[in-house]
Ligand binder design. Structure first.
Ligand code: PAF
Length: 273
């Protein structure tokens, strides 16, 4: 496995490469969810590139940028064992300059839900993803469905900017207790983790109601909120897969999204219907 930190050096290396390139952008602290992305990239491409970059522009003032989990050596080993060909490990100076051209998240879909509690977060995500995609020029790039709004906005950017990359959404990986894998789960104590399980439980309950024929969004939201009681709920939203408001759930085109804060840890989860 090659480890490359400079964008131009990575571009040069990939210019001579033969075959399809699968790309998995990450912020490190790799877990099963990332491994699933890498596994899919490995299966579907000749060359696999993973990036590890804790992107400062997607963290707001006072957020956990400084304490975001960093496990560089373990992550390198994981990538090597997973059959990654190139690990891109840039510094902030390699990626950003002093006076930057700015990419802005869309006014509505970039500033609801996650974007409402974290205004500007998605501008940072889209900026770094645009830069990474331009550096790697992959055939396919892999993103988890757990970060559904991020995935949606990246797909929108790729479409609206006529970019030649296939975005491949990958299902959320859950621990055996049902909690969605996230790099931030390490912050949870055993008691907090037990509380956090209300999140997948509430989503499964929503899906069960729908399987029983309930489609009224307000009723489903209300029952989900009841299960989440005791947690600090950021939002419970039931939207179309285009992230537009709906009154009734349409199977095949709806998504339930939950954000809740457990202790000091913000957890996201969702279920695609
Ligand atoms: O999902 C993440 O880990 C990050 O938001 C991403 C896509 C790597 C951009 O920094």
């Amino acid at each position: 496995m090659k480890i490359i930190s400079h964008p131009l050096r990575l571009k040069e290396t990939l210019r001579d490469a033969q075959g399809s390139v699968g790309f998995v952008p990450t912020m490190g602290a790799l877990h099963e969810g990332h491994l699933e992305l890498i596994k899919n990239a490995r299966k579907e491409n000749d060359i696999v590139v993973v990036s590890i970059f804790v992107n400062p522009t997607q963290f707001l003032e006072g957020e956990d940028l400084d304490k975001y989990p960093r496990r560089d050596e373990a992550d390198k080993k994981i990538c090597e064992l997973a059959g990654v060909d190139i690990l891109f490990f840039p510094t902030a100076q390699d990626i950003y300059s002093e006076d930057e051209v700015k990419l802005q998240a869309p006014n509505v879909r970039g500033y609801i839900l996650e974007g409402f509690t974290r205004p500007g977060h998605f501008s940072g995500v889209l900026t770094v993803v645009m830069k990474l995609l331009n550096i790697v020029s992959p055939t396919r790039a892999y993103f988890g469905k757990k970060d559904a709004q991020q995935l949606h906005l990246i797909m929108l950017m790729v479409k609206q900017y006529f970019m030649s990359v296939e975005i491949v959404p990958i299902d959320t990986v859950r621990d055996s207790d049902g909690l969605a894998q996230s790099s931030r789960n390490v912050y949870l104590s055993a008691e907090q983790r037990a509380e956090a399980l209300k999140i997948p439980t509430s989503l499964y309950h929503g899906a069960k109601l729908i399987s029983q024929g309930v489609t009224d969004v307000e009723r489903i939201r209300k029952e989900i909120l009841e299960i989440l009681s005791g947690l600090e709920v950021g939002y419970v939203a039931i939207l179309s897969r285009e992230f537009e408001p709906i009154d009734t759930v349409q199977i095949g085109n709806s998504i339930i999204l939950v954000e809740a804060i457990v202790g000091e840890t913000r957890l996201l989860d969702n279920i695609w219907l």
